[in-house]
Each structure stands twice: as C-alpha cells, then as structure tokens.
Design a protein around this ligand. Structure first.
Ligand code: ATP
Ligand code: MG
Ligand code: MG
Length: 368
C-alpha cells in the first residue's frame, strides 16, 4: 500500500500538467483501472485531470492499448475540429509525460496514463429516464460516424478474438467434451440450444469474412457509464473508456448495448418470467444510434442490427455456460450455479427476441 502511494506520487509527477499539483484522490466507479482525479492550479484558475493506473493483468500489452487510444483520439480530434465541435470536450485527450509519451511505466512495472478532465458532465451508473439511454445511443452512433473513414485494420486486437463467435463456439465445444466438473449432463438443454443455433450464431462472422459487413472501429464496452452526459443539457458529450477499442462489427457494439440495456431483468435473474426484450427501449436505442451514425452505416449493417443484438446475447450466454462447464474460472460467481443462471437469462432473452423478430426488423427499417 505504502509502495503504491509512492508510485502514485511519481506517476502524477511524470505528466505535463498545467500549473501546480494541488492534490489527487481516487475517483469514479470503474471496475477495471484505478482512477484518480488530479487537481491543479495555475494563477487563479484550476485545471483537473484523470490519472489511471491501467489494468495490465487484463490488458497484457499496455503499449498497444495506448497506441490504439492515441490513433483513435487524434483522428476524432481532427474530425471534431473540421465539424466545428469542441475537441477538448467531445473526445478523450491524452496528456503527454515529460518524456513525450502517452504512458508512464513506473519502477514496479505498472502503466499509467492521464486524460484532460471532461468538465460539467457526468457518467451515469443508472438510466434515470429513457432519454439517458437514447443519449448513449446517439453518442455511440456519433463515435461510429466520426470514425467511418478510419482504417480499423490498423488497430491492434488487444483482446484477440473478443467477439469472434465461431472461435468462442469451438471453446464451448471443447468445454463440453472435456466436462471437467461433470456438469454437462445436467445442462443438456442449454448445450443443445447452442448446437442447434450454431449457424445462426456464426452468421455475422461469415458476413464479415465474405465482405458483406465492413470492419469498423468498435468500442466493445458500450455501457451507459462509458459516455459523459452534459450536466446542463442532458445530452451526450463524448464516449470514454477506450481500453477495448478494436477492429470489429458495428452491429456488435449496437447489439451489446441492447443485450444489457433493453433487457427488463438483471443479468443474473433467476426468475426467467421477468426476462424480456423491452421493445420500447429497443426502439429508443435504434433511433438514437441511427441518428448518431447518420448515414454512415451500410444498408446491410442496418438490416442486420437485430442480428447484432441476438448474436451478442447468444455469445454472452455461451461464454457463461462455457465458464460453468469449466468450473467458474473466468466470471466471478457469488452463488452456486451463478454462471448457469446468467446463461439462462441470455437464452431467455434470445427466445424473446426470436418471438419479437418481426417487430425488431420493422423498428429498424422505420429509422433507416
Ligand atoms: P469500467 O469498469 O467501465 O471498465 P474503467 O475502470 O475502465 O471502468 P473508466 O471508465 O475509464 O474506468 O473511468 C472511470 C470513471 O472515471 C468514469 O466512469 C468517469 O466517471 C470518470 N472518467 C474517466 N475519464 C474521464 C474524463 N476524461 N473526464 C471526466 N471523468 C472521467
Ligand atoms: Mg468505464
Ligand atoms: Mg473500462
């Protein structure tokens, strides 16, 4: 602990802040990185920064991760400037170290980075009203639009095969075959579901492989609390938390938001009668996302938005089931069968989407 405090000290000192450092303290509700706010003072004005110790256990190649963030934020900055926006506020801005880098590696091997603090805005833990969900959709849509001409293949895949559903399916089959905890027999129904949905689940990946869906810059953590909402206007200001920016499918960013944002139940709900796709929330997100994207998605991408949602729910449920079969080694569990409950919730959501499929498609075409 003491050593860690010393490291924060040296980390704060490593960056080129404006003015004098007044103090710093832990900040926010992030679960991945250690986040601090740094207060500085220059003449009579104060300036704030976000300092983060990156989680190099999850992201094992921090230099590549920072390189991704650097290229994406620089590109965004230029686009925002061209459009007469405020590049200080509408994207994250990395701060240089005194050595002219965007990260600082301390003597115990921890990696740190700093951003300008986005003032007069908040990241919300919970949807207060439908408008918040809509604003997050607009923000993630804007993000996609501004990055349309960015060559996504230039980004590092910091978590290889993150949404490579066919690869995840093979991992699942292996877990079923190995059955190290002797659990497979008791979840035959769930296993059969995935085997019967193989083609459905791999459809998006096939469309990417044959060029029908374009490779895009994707965010991969499209939660509400990863956008900043303006305190005065209530409008989305920008997208933050760019750790998982990678090449991928836009419909998967969309789909993941639907999977957790338009589900009427919590992710580990045991009473499956509570699990539904909320079509109103679905429509809200579609509207916001397509407004934000405003013409930058292809017809095929728009048509396949419902597939993005369904694939994300199927893939996520399959990962929970895989972990259950492997003895709960990846996702943290708080009760017996926790991962199985999570899997069943996703499967129930998929079934509900299948029942509402026509309506989902109609909604998407309405806002095209
Ligand atoms: P998660 O659990 O979502 O993965 P994380 O640990 O990766 O979170 P961030 O989302 O990057 O961390 O940051 C944590 C919080 O710090 C954000 O939710 C937000 O409140 C705040 N924050 C991050 N960057 C900024 C910024 N540039 N300006 C203002 N606040 C910020
Ligand atoms: Mg976050
Ligand atoms: Mg994060």
């Amino acid at each position: 602990r003491e050593e860690f405090c010393v490291k924060i000290n040296t980390a704060v000192e490593a960056f080129c802040v404006e003015g004098e450092i007044v103090n710093y303290k832990q900040y926010g509700n992030g679960h991945i990185n250690d986040t601090f706010i740094v207060n500085c003072q220059k003449n009579q004005t104060s300036k704030r920064y976000i300092l983060q110790r990156m989680n190099h256990e999850i992201f094992t190649e921090p230099e590549k991760l920072i390189a991704n963030i650097e290229s994406v934020t620089h590109f965004l900055k230029t686009r925002i400037q061209e459009k007469g926006g405020d590049p200080e506020r509408e994207t994250l801005n990395l701060v240089y170290t005194k050595e002219g880098k965007y990260y600082y590696k301390d003597s115990i091997g921890c990696y740190w980075r700093m951003y300008n603090f986005i003032e007069d805005a908040a990241s919300l833990e919970q949807v207060r009203k439908k408008e918040d969900f809509y604003q997050s959709a607009v923000s993630f849509g804007n993000f996609q639009r501004l990055l349309t001409s960015f060559d996504a293949s230039k980004l590092y895949e910091t978590i290889p095969d993150f949404h490579n559903t066919p690869v995840r399916y093979q991992t699942f089959l292996k877990a079923v075959k190995e059955d190290v905890c002797n659990r497979a027999a008791s979840v035959k129904k769930e296993i059969d579901f995935y085997i019967s949905h193989k083609e459905d689940m791999e459809l998006c990946a096939k469309k990417l492989a044959d060029g029908a869906l374009p490779l895009r810059v994707t965010h991969n953590d499209t939660k509400l609390n990863n956008i900043m909402i303006d305190n005065k206007t209530g409008k989305g200001v920008c997208v933050i938390d760019l750790d998982t920016v990678m090449p991928g499918l836009a419909i998967f960013d969309f789909g993941d938001s639907i999977r957790f944002g338009a589900n009427t139940a919590v992710e580990d709900e045991q009473d499956l009668s509570k699990v539904h796709l909320d079509l109103e929330l679905f429509e809200t997100y579609v509207k916001g996302y397509l407004e934000g994207c405003s013409g930058s998605l292809t017809d095929m991408e728009i048509e396949m938005l419902p597939y993005g949602a369904k694939t994300m729910a199927m893939e996520c449920g399959m990962r929970f089931l895989t972990d259950y079969l492997q003895g709960d080694t990846y996702f943290r569990v708080h009760r017996e069968g926790h991962n199985l409950d999570r899997c069943r919730t996703q499967l129930r959501l998929v079934e509900d989407m299948e029942m509402k499929w026509d309506e989902m498609q109609k909604i998407v075409l309405k806002y095209r």
